[in-house]
Design a protein around this ligand. Sequence first.
Ligand code: ATP
Ligand code: MG
Ligand code: FE
Length: 344
Amino acid sequence: PVVLGIETSCDETGVGIVSDGVLLGDALATSMDEHARFGGVVPEIAARAHLHAITPMVRHALDRAGLRFGDIDAVAATAGPGLATAVQVGLAAGKAYSLSLGVPLYGVHHLAGHAAVDILDHGPLPARCVALIVSGGHTSLLLLGDLARDPVTHLGDTADDAAGEAFDKIARLLGLPYPGGPAIDRIARDGDPTAITFPRPMTGPTDPPYRFSFSGLKTAVARWVERHRDRPLPVADIAASFQEAVADTLTRKALAACHDHQADTLLLVGGVAANSRVRALAEERCRASNIRLRVPSPRLCTDNGAMIATLGDLLAAADISPDPLHLSADPSAVLHGALLHGPH
Ligand code: ATP
Ligand code: MG
Ligand code: FE
């Protein structure tokens, strides 16, 4: 099937067209610059930007794919989680395309999209794997089966901040530009990751093995900065040391989950999976443990439309019943499976 995917959960208006696990065309607009002076995404601004961008992005993706509206067999749109007003725009657009083209609609879970997108880079997912989803709003260790049919098993989530959120907050603390993740990644290349030993939260012998916590790490960095106010801050060293603490914690727990659950594949996805140190350390540790690492190319790690189209392609190919047009968005939907509202 040829599937049109629409993603508007945050500040990216993403459209992708995928058929049988192959990306035919995509387009991405972002309102990132409009949020920069507020230090974070402003929902109303994001929603209005989606409204302006959605139709042009769909046309753009179709053009790039060399397709017409009549070629679309199904539509998938993010129905949650995300900023309520932002999700609504993409879901409403998805419903409109579904109705006007007379094709099925799938309201899908954004995080399942983050996982599915790796199919575009590395082919079908294995029957079973451990997935670490690390993004701006989530940090979850999961056990995945057939993504189209099976429920997802949560091994552990974050007790407080998400990993991406920690990157964004530390960047702000260090006076780095928004968004913080890519800025820290860049400046950390000039720093020494062993300069400062920041805590590896939740890694003690009595801590829950798959649970994360990043607010304490954020406080530890803030305290260090506070204590060294009298000298010029070694921003690159702080960034590299913080990044090392996050990469170490994430990969340690992910590898432990693979061992404990006899999984031979680790799927590392979400915006923070674009981080160069997280990728390198995951590669190093997976190689040492004989675990196959799957991590999408950086541009597919952050929000995009191709990930939603990939998920729709999986659902349509598996003959999963589509959603009714009165399907509602859920801004805080927990990940149970590919479809936001579960199988019908
Ligand atoms: P969610 O997917 O949980 O709803 P989101 O959609 O906002 O959240 P993503 O687009 O998946 O999140 O990822 C954005 C996050 O990834 C931001 O917090 C950003 O700082 C972080 N990020 C992006 N690139 C990098 C990088 N190179 N290093 C570290 N973090 C990064
Ligand atoms: Mg974004
Ligand atoms: Fe995301």
